[in-house]
Design a protein around this ligand. Structure first.
Ligand code: HEC
Length: 122
């Protein structure tokens, strides 16, 4: 367990090596634009998220089933699940911001606790 959590930390640092500053900005974008529905930890346990029956983006199975390209496509063009709708962010965020958010969504898996701490530290 100890070794596993160390590996996770290393993984997080590697994921952030795309640019620590980008990840910090992505965390802010996540908090201001995405967390109201998906939750700070990506689990979707918000009032909105529960109503919309959002997938748990931090779960290993969700992370495995979704490619970076798919995540990017959803952020750019939005998604729909019955009546629940997510607007696309293509016109609201830069390509760099969207790429950083893809990495951020990935970091939700590595350790949702660390992601929460990161978000809280901003
Ligand atoms: C108004 C609420 C809302 C907001 C705000 C929102 N989403 Fe979504 N999101 C949804 C809904 C609804 C879906 C489609 C249902 C689902 O797939 O769980 C979705 C789906 C997704 C998916 C794909 C899930 C899947 O299983 O295919 C990703 C990734 C995602 N959102 C990321 C984001 C990011 C990143 C942001 C911020 C830039 C964001 N969302 C903002 C409601 C929202």
């Amino acid at each position: 367990m100890h070794l596993a959590s160390k590996t996770l930390v290393v993984g997080l640092i590697c994921a952030a090596s795309a640019g620590a500053a980008d990840m910090k900005k992505a965390a802010r974008d996540w908090k201001s634009k995405c967390a109201s529905c998906h939750g700070a930890d990506g689990k979707g346990h918000t009032d909105q998220g529960k109503k919309m029956k959002l997938a748990d983006l931090s779960s290993a199975s969700w992370q495995k089933a979704n490619t970076d390209a798919k995540i990017k496509e959803v952020i750019e063009n939005g998604a729909k699940n019955g009546d629940a709708q997510m607007d696309g962010y293509k016109d609201k965020l830069s390509a760099e911001q969207i790429d950083a958010l893809v990495s951020y969504v990935r970091s939700l898996k590595a350790s949702s606790k660390a992601a929460k701490k990161k978000a809280a530290a901003l």
